[in-house]
Structures are given as structure tokens and as C-alpha cells.
Design a protein around this ligand. Structure first.
Ligand code: 5GP
Length: 236
């Protein structure tokens, strides 16, 4: 398997074709972005941490029956993945109130959400990833009813598995985002799971150990990413 040309350069990852038409290489760069890509900075080691973090989580999810695109860890900042036809929808689970939910509803950060909330957003930077619902998906043909129902079920199942992993590491999984794609017609988890796409707080102190440190201009971003990675055993 050989890396060939660049397929797509995103805000934090670059995707490459390989000589196998069914496989791609995901390269995790050191950049971090907020405000739809208007605010970008580079942090040493971030690509390495997120690549390894994502690999471990995908492996654990697969072991528990969630199909993912992960094939193999290739290097410090690269992973080999299945080539999916991506579905342009972000699936979010919220176990506690934070981020856009508290801005929208004016509720207090950290409030327990029981049962956890499932939200969907359209992936569209120009429109600032607007919130949508099932009816929009059907009307605009972004994803079939059946596949969306599958995505929702898989996201809730992932939430159970992930809650367990982070709880055992003394962390609260506040919320997270997943993206899915199709491989031979089957819904498969794609993209990444990392502290860039989730909110993780220390259980005792509620200290934020995720991308909110960057969004809110707080210090210790890489130290926090390393802390969560070490707690769940990424580098063991
Ligand atoms: P919120 O809706 O509060 O902005 O985000 C909810 C969760 O989804 C957070 O964990 C956030 O990091 C993640 N999330 C939502 N949209 C994006 C996105 O466009 N990129 C990334 N990396 N994460 C996102």
C-alpha cells in the first residue's frame, strides 16, 4: 500500500489516496481551528496525540460492535482508513449541557441531561454548520431515513461504550460529535474521535481537558490533551 496524491486538505487533517482504491491515509496535522476555520493555530505534538487517541478509541468501538473506517496505525501522525462516501451530517450526543446548547437555551453549563440529547447539524462551513432535523434530511436528500436511524442508534451505542471508558479514567464525557459514511452501502463510523471533537472534564474538579481550552483562549491545551490520552492508556 503506497500513499499517492492528496485527496482533500481539511482544517486539521489531510486525506491522501493510496494505490488501493478502497483505502485512504488520514494525516493528523498540528493545527487546531475554531470559528469555522477563521481562527487557526499550530501546537507541537497535537497531530501525534490525536492520531493515537483516535486509533485507540476506534479500536475499542470496533471491539464493541461499532463498524468504523479504521484499518491500521501507520505512523505518529497517519492512519490507514477505509474510503467512505461521507454523509454531510454531524451526529452529537450531549450528556451534560455545554457549548451551543447553553447558548441556545440559556441553561447552566454542566447540568445533567437525562436521557442524553441527540442533535444533528449539517456540515457546511459557509452556513456555520446549521442545526437540522430528520425532516430536513428527507426533503433535501442528505441521508435516507433508514441510514439516519442507523447513525442515531450507533451514536447512542458509542455513547455507552465511551462513557464507560472515560468514567473509568476519572473523566466526564460531556458531549461529542461523530461523522459517518457509507462503505458498500453500510453505515460506518468515519472521521475521528479526539479531544478536538468532544468535551472531556475531570470528574472531581470539572477542569476542561478538550478543545474548549482553545475556543475560550485558556492555557495548557496540549498538556490537557496529553492528560486525557494518558488516562485512557493511549501511549501504553
Ligand atoms: P456544540 O454544538 O456545543 O458546539 O458541540 C457539541 C460537541 O460536538 C462538542 O464536543 C464539539 O467539540 C463537537 N463538535 C461540534 N461541531 C464540531 C465541528 O465542526 N468540529 C469538531 N471538531 N467538533 C465539533
Amino acid at each position: 500500500m503506497k500513499k499517492t496524491s492528496e485527496m482533500y486538505r481539511g482544517k486539521t487533517k489531510t486525506v491522501y489516496f493510496t494505490d488501493n482504491p478502497n483505502l485512504l491515509i488520514l494525516e493528523f496535522r498540528n493545527e487546531i481551528s475554531a470559528l469555522d476555520g477563521k481562527h487557526i493555530e499550530t501546537f507541537e505534538r497535537k497531530g501525534l496525540i490525536n492520531n493515537n487517541f483516535n486509533y485507540l478509541i476506534m479500536k475499542k468501538l470496533m471491539k464493541s460492535g461499532i463498524p468504523t473506517h479504521m484499518e491500521q496505525l501507520l505512523s505518529d501522525n497517519q492512519s490507514l482508513v477505509k474510503k467512505l462516501t461521507m454523509i454531510p451530517i454531524e451526529c452529537i450526543i450531549r450528556n451534560r449541557a455545554a457549548g451551543s446548547l447553553i447558548n441556545r437555551l440559556g441553561i447552566i453549563e454542566g447540568v445533567l441531561l437525562n436521557p442524553p440529547i441527540f442533535d444533528i447539524f449539517l456540515k457546511n462551513d459557509l452556513q456555520h454548520d446549521p442545526m437540522i432535523n430528520e425532516s430536513y434530511c428527507e426533503t433535501f436528500g442528505w441521508v435516507s431515513k433508514e441510514n439516519l436511524s442507523n447513525m442515531k442508534q450507533l451514536t447512542y451505542k458509542a455513547n455507552k461504550i465511551l462513557n464507560n471508558i472515560f468514567d473509568n479514567a476519572g473523566l466526564i464525557l460531556v458531549d461529542f460529535k461523530l461523522e459517518f459514511g457509507l462503505f458498500n452501502g453500510q453505515v460506518i463510523l468515519g472521521d475521528e474521535f479526539s479531544p478536538d471533537s468532544s468535551r472531556l472534564w475531570d470528574k472531581k474538579t470539572k477542569y476542561k481537558l478538550d478543545k474548549d481550552r482553545f475556543r475560550y483562549g485558556l492555557n495548557n491545551l496540549i498538556k490537557s490533551y496529553e492528560e486525557v490520552a494518558n488516562r485512557i492508556g493511549v501511549f501504553i
